[in-house]
Ligand binder design. Sequence first.
Ligand SMILES: Nc1ncnc2c1ncn2[C@@H]1O[C@H](COP(=O)(O)OP(=O)(O)O)[C@@H](O)[C@H]1O
Ligand SMILES: [Mg+2]
Length: 333
Amino acid sequence: MSEDKKNILVETEEDTILNISLRPKTLKEFVGQTETIENLKICLRAAKERREPLEHILLSGPPGLGKTSLAHIISHEMGTKITVTSGPAIERAGDLIGILTNLARGDILFIDEIHRLSKAVEEFLYPAMEGFQIDFIIDKGPYARTIRFNLKPFTLVGATTRTGLLSAPLRGRFGILYHLDFYREEDLKKIIKNSAKALGVQIEDRAAEEISKRSRGSPRIANRLLRRVRDYAQVDRQNLITVESVEKALDNLGIDSAGLDEVDRKVLKVILESFGGGPVGIESLAATLNEEPDNIIDTVEPYLLKVGFLKRTPRGRQLTEMAYNYFEINRNS
Ligand SMILES: Nc1ncnc2c1ncn2[C@@H]1O[C@H](COP(=O)(O)OP(=O)(O)O)[C@@H](O)[C@H]1O
Ligand SMILES: [Mg+2]
C-alpha cells in the first residue's frame, strides 16, 4: 500500500485537529439526520420549558456520523457543561466517583463507546442514572460501610457503534434513543461545501457532489477526502477544486467510483476468492483478513450492507449480485 493510500484510512493527528475545528457546534450547523434532529429539538424545548435536565440519551450508529458532535451540541443547546469520557477509560467504578460528584444540575456526562464499560462500572452507574445516587463501600470485612452520595440530576449521553452489545438493563435506563444512519448524498454535499468554506478553499458544485458520492455516507470521510483533494489541488497550483481534480485525486487515493476504499475491496475480494462468495462468518473473515472483527463489524460491514454489496444470511455474510457485477463476474458462467 502506498503512503497516500494508507493516509486515507488512518486518522492522522492533523485529521483529529481538523475534525474538531469542522465539528458542527450548534443544531443549526448540524446537517442531515432530519428526523432525529426534529425529535431532539422537541426534547430540548420541553426540558427547557420544564427547567428540568434532559433524560439520558443513547446515540448509536457507525463511526463518523456525528455522535460525538451531537453530544457537544446537546450541552451547547442546554447551556450546561459537558464532561467527556469513554467506556475503556473508566477502569474501576471509583474512577467515576469524582466525575459524578462534580456534575452540576443539568450537566452532560458523555460516555463514548459505552458498550465497552465493565460490568462492575455499569452496575455502579445504574442508581446514578436512575435515582441520582451512588453507593460505595469503604473498608473491608467487618468494618465495611456503605456511603451514599446524592448527585445533582445530570444527563448521561452514551454513544455506541453497536446497541446490540449494550446490556438490557443499561439500555433500559436511557429515556431517549437515537440511531444515526448513513447520510444522503445531498447532505454530504452540503457538509463538504460548508467545510470548504471553513477551510478557505473554493470548490465547484459538481466536485462537491463527486466527493459526496465517494464518502461512504459519512461526514467524517467526506471531510477527510475534501482535505486530501485540497492537498492535490494545492500541489497542482489550482485555486478551484474541480470535478476533474477530485476524480484524479480520489482515484490516486484508491477510492473508486463506487466509493469503496482499499479495505472494502479487500473484504469483498476475500469473500469472493477465499470463501467462494460466502456465506462466511465474521470471525473467519476477520481471521483471513488479519483484521479485528470489531473493525469489520463497526466500519466496513454496515456500509457494504447498506449499498447492497453484502447481505446477511443465517450462515454468515454473502456477496450479492451487485458485488459480482462490481467484480464483472457472472455467477452463472
Ligand atoms: N451532521 C453533521 N453536519 C456536519 N458535519 C458533521 C455532521 N456529523 C459529523 N460531522 C463531521 O464529521 C466528523 C465526525 O463526527 P463525530 O461526531 O466525531 O462522529 P462519531 O462520534 O459518530 O464518530 C465531525 O468532526 C464533523 O466534522
Ligand atoms: Mg465519536
